[in-house]
Design a protein around this ligand. Structure first.
Ligand code: FAD
Length: 402
């Protein structure tokens, strides 16, 4: 494809910034529009592994990513009296803690730093209208300006508005019966380098994790029918969450108090995005906007980074954008179909709503973490199993050179 083409990316997070990096690398001219006034840096740890790790290495960011890890040593499942019922250190095959755990915000910042002086950024703005002519895509921005681009790539996350403008009803959501809320809280004595997971009886789960900035990251999961809580204003979300978790046990009141003053509260439904197609005309979608697998899958970041890498690479080597979009989808679909398969027991077993369900779950955790079971899983420990490639990543730079 012609390299002087102007490309507009909407969304400056993991997928949008990875896309920007590779498109610049291949000689495109890139503008990124981000609705927020600055980068959105909230959230807990995300793990960088599999395809994401391979790509981060190709971007030369691996050492910076390693230096920014949260230093989490493993996860403890605790009861509401804070007694550990099971613990899984980082090297246990069943541990949620992976080799490379980095705060989502730290990764976003690293990606931003890698492109900030090569890309035009439009913060605090967003697209309100999209129309396509035979030679370009025309967009109107909220601040009133209009501009034309060769292509529009949407990386706006699960709740993407521009995707709905372009793709409308062809986007489906599979709601998993859960909401998640993330926020940064003050570090207290009971916080250590272990993550702590506590199931309370009303289908409310707390997950507290260490960060590398002297703070603690909290997550609240709660079971609920789909109610649109993510669309409430931040103040309404705070009030709703405080009422929801107050006095449910464990450290609920500590977290409720922190929600009052939180500056980075992020509430979202846990929902998969199922799109019939990831492109239409001169527009393509990527990351959570196209194929959110949910935080439960543990693969959202892998998919966001891999999708961005493949989309940029195919645009660089294909004869036309139509061919590139087609190849991007053909290469990514099988991987996404695999990672969107839900792990067994989620959410019913892992997020129980009754006292009995919590007791069963804690017993199961303690059996799995018992010495005989630990021995068996150690045979399949993370370091011992030979990593299998989940998706083949072409070396686009090499293809271009040859
Ligand atoms: C604040 C926040 C906290 C998160 N915390 C966690 C976490 O702790 N654990 C976890 O597993 N996942 C978390 N996620 C989701 C995680 O980032 C994604 O699952 C994954 O990394 C894929 O990233 P993405 O770039 O596709 O989407 P996202 O990371 O969701 O980013 C989308 C970006 O697009 C911007 N945007 C949205 N609408 C518009 C618009 N109309 N115009 C322009 N820009 C727009 C958003 O402000 C955001 O910067 C969080 C997401 C956000 C936004």
């Amino acid at each position: 494809m012609e390299k002087t083409k102007k490309i507009l990316i909407s969304g400056a997070s993991i997928s949008g910034l990875t896309l920007a990096y590779w498109l610049i690398e291949y000689g495109f001219e890139v503008t990124v529009v981000e609705k927020n006034q600055g980068l959105r840096l909230g959230g807990q740890n995300i793990d960088v592994k599999g395809p994401a790790w391979e790509i981060v290495q190709r971007m030369g960011l691996d050492r910076k990513v390693v230096a920014a890890t949260t230093t989490e040593v493993g996860i403890r499942f605790v009861n509401t009296r804070n007694k550990t019922v099971a613990e899984f250190p980082k090297d246990n095959a069943l541990s949620m803690t992976q080799e490379i755990e980095i705060l989502r915000g730290d990764l976003v910042e690293l990606l931003y730093e890698s492109v900030e002086d090569k890309v035009e950024f439009l913060f605090g703005n967003h697209i309100t209208k999209v129309s396509e002519t035979s030679s370009m895509i025309e967009v109107s921005f909220q601040h009133g300006e209009k501009a034309g681009y060769s292509l529009l790539l949407i990386a706006e996350g699960i709740g993407s508005h521009t995707r709905q403008l372009v793709f409308g009803k062809s986007i489906n959501f599979k709601y998993l019966g859960l909401y998640s809320a993330y926020l940064t809280i003050k570090k207290v004595k009971s916080d250590s380098r272990w993550a702590r997971w506590c199931n309370t009886e009303r289908g409310i789960v707390f997950l507290i994790r260490p960060d590398n900035h002297g703070k603690t990251r909290a997550c609240v999961f709660f079971r609920s029918p789909e109610r649109g809580y993510e669309k409430l204003s931040i103040e309404q979300q705070k009030k709703f969450l405080i009422d929801k978790i107050k006095s449910v046990g464990w450290e609920s009141d500590r977290i409720a108090k922190e929600i009052e003053t939180a500056e980075d509260l992020y509430l979202e439904r846990v929902s998969q995005v199922k799109a019939k197609s990831w492109y239409q005309g001169r527009v393509a979608i990527t990351g959570d906007a196209a194929y959110c697998a949910t935080p439960i899958s543990g693969k959202g970041t892998d998919a966001a980074i891999a999708g961005a890498y493949i989309l940029a690479g195919e645009l660089a080597i294909a004869e036309s954008y139509e061919q590139a979009f087609f190849n991007y989808e053909a290469l990514m679909r099988p991987y996404i179909n695999k990672i969107q398969k839900r792990p067994p027991g989620v959410p019913d077993l892992v997020y129980p709503t009754s006292k009995f369900g919590v007791a069963i779950l804690n017993t199961l955790f303690s059996i799995v973490a018992s010495p005989p079971a630990k021995f068996i899983t150690s045979l399949f420990g993370k370091n011992k199993s030979k990593p299998r490639k989940e998706i083949d990543l072409k070396d686009y730079s090499k293809i271009i050179r040859n």
